[in-house]
Design a binder for this molecule. Structure first.
Ligand code: GLN
Length: 497
């Protein structure tokens, strides 16, 4: 089935004209019709628009366009509902955006389109990307394709589930504190968070601007390299994007990993680490050793403070970023007698509970009197965490950790306990505080229920080639990425029109 293919497999068939982009796109749309009633990865999906883009790709191929020039020509790629696509709804899984339709394309979307991709669908997420389970969406909970009573991870749960359920070939998400790597781990696909500044954030709705980065979900490491090659690069419209040349990531996959040094952080073998997750990561470590990598124990001494630091900085930035949703500029409005009443009624009705919690927390840590005690101190600890990593990277080429301390938990299990939910981010958030790159690659399954486990590789700033090469070498000698979840057909799906 065409919807099950990787980017590499599909583009090979398209190039030989064995199949058409229209067939591949239709196969994805059929799969959405078949399974998305159970998975609920899509908030919205414009089938006619997707097929129209596929026709354009097919015409280009018949006129001689190649995948060397356009690496994603004819490939259906779905988008997290936090990245602007011209003419498509943009909800951030929040009621407050109402019927808002984006008037412009994000830079990554321009790049995907220029590379020939069929850009389609709006994928479910935690509201404004705040969460680790996709339970905080105003449009319902996305379900883990391996067991629909479990969460898919978050906040980009829809992006991970859609790839794993073969509803698209690859997808985009955003990672502020693990939201690409963690759902990729919990659903069983590859998730890549590039270095801060590697990919333009223009057109990504801001959550915490100093941490946000757009990343991709793919069925293989090779596909992650292809996607990164397309979306990376400097953009004058994002002043934090870095003017560094974009390497040829797919070519970088093939280098030797012999002699590369992999750091294992002593502090990451914590109490809450699930025994099966730990065993899977230890086994992966042995695989790397068998490939000639050198395993080195390292220390990241400020790990204990990472969650507190992250949740102060992220909420502070969020409270400022979300001030723009006031009923005047965008989306939904609840009228009031005066502007203050209008703002408060609109925001009271439009934001969900977790978003409100974070705005209140973020406003508190920024308020005069508490600014020094919380926000400023968190910024200082952030520097210490960064120094831990930069020091470790003097000794190692990459750091190896579990992506998440447990496999996917049950829907509802942590929904009433925000602290438990925040603790699940322990292995992913430092990467955003530091600004380096990271990816998650499938490394096994738990036994009962059978759920995927992810291995995280953290690289130096702009060290994407190294972690991709390591992950690729690992993927070649392990079977995990080839496994497919046992999907059940749903009765009907309303998200695709
Ligand atoms: N779980 C983290 C949070 O809720 C990370 C979210 C993200 O990366 N967008 O903030």
């Amino acid at each position: 089935m065409l919807n099950q293919l990787t980017i590499a497999e599909l583009t090979a068939k398209l190039a030989q004209r064995d199949v058409s982009s229209r067939d591949a796109t239709q196969a994805c749309l059929d799969q959405i019709q078949r399974v998305d009633g159970n998975i609920q990865a899509f908030i919205n999906c414009d089938a006619a628009e997707a097929l129209a883009q596929a026709e354009v790709a097919d015409q280009a191929i018949s006129r001689g366009a190649t995948h060397t020039e356009q690496p994603l020509l004819g490939v259906p790629i779905a988008i997290k509902d936090v990245i602007a696509v011209k003419g498509q709804p943009l909800t951030c899984a929040s009621k407050i955006l109402g019927q808002f339709v984006s008037p412009y394309d994000a830079t990554v979307i321009e790049k995907l389109k220029a590379a020939g991709a069929v850009v389609f669908g709006r994928l479910n997420m935690d509201e404004f990307a705040m969460g680790s389970s996709t339970e905080n969406s105003a449009f319902g909970v996305t379900r883990n394709p391996w067991d629909t009573t479990h969460i898919p991870g978050g906040s980009s749960g829809g992006s991970a589930a859609a790839v794993v359920a073969d509803e698209c070939i690859a997808s985009l998400g955003s990672d502020t504190g693990g939201s690409v790597r963690q759902p990729a781990a919990l659903c069983g696909c590859v998730g890549l968070k590039p270095t801060y500044g590697r990919v333009s954030r223009y057109g990504l709705v801001a959550y915490a601007s100093s941490l946000d980065q757009i990343g991709c979900f793919t069925k293989s490491v090779r596909d992650a390299a292809t996607m990164l090659g397309v979306i990376a690069g400097h953009d004058a419209r994002d002043s934090t994007s870095v003017p560094q040349p974009v390497p040829d990531y797919p070519t970088a996959l093939h280098g030797d990993i012999k002699g590369l040094r992999l750091g294992l952080p002593r502090e990451y073998m914590i109490g809450g680490l699930d025994a099966e997750v730990k065993a899977a990561v230890e086994q992966a470590m042995q695989h790397f050793a068998s490939l000639g990598a050198e395993i080195v124990e390292i220390s990241l001494p400020h790990t204990d403070y990472a969650i507190a630091t992250y949740y102060i900085i992220a909420t502070a930035e969020a409270s400022a970023n979300l001030a723009r949703f006031d009923g005047i500029r965008y989306g939904a409005r609840v009228d009031g007698a005066d502007p203050i009443e209008l703002y408060s009624k609109t925001r009271g009705a439009g934001f969900g509970a977790e978003v409100k919690r974070r705005i209140i927390l973020g406003t508190y840590v920024l308020s005069s009197g508490y600014y020094d005690a919380y926000y400023l101190r968190a910024q200082k600890v952030r520097t210490l965490i960064r120094q831990d990593f930069l020091k470790a990277f003097e000794r190692v080429d990459a750091i190896l950790t579990p992506t998440s301390p447990t496999a996917a938990f049950k829907i509802g299990e942590k929904a009433d306990d925000p602290l438990q939910m925040y603790l699940a981010d322990i292995f992913t958030i430092s990467c955003n505080l530091v600004g380096n790159c990271g990816l998650s690659v499938p490394c096994g399954f738990t036994t009962s229920p059978r759920l995927p486990v992810g291995l995280q590789l953290l690289g130096q700033p702009f060290g994407e080639e190294t972690i991709l090469r390591l992950a690729y070498a690992y993927e070649q000698i392990t079977p995990w990425h080839k496994e497919k979840p046992p999907l059940v057909s749903a009765v009907a799906d309303a998200s695709c029109r």
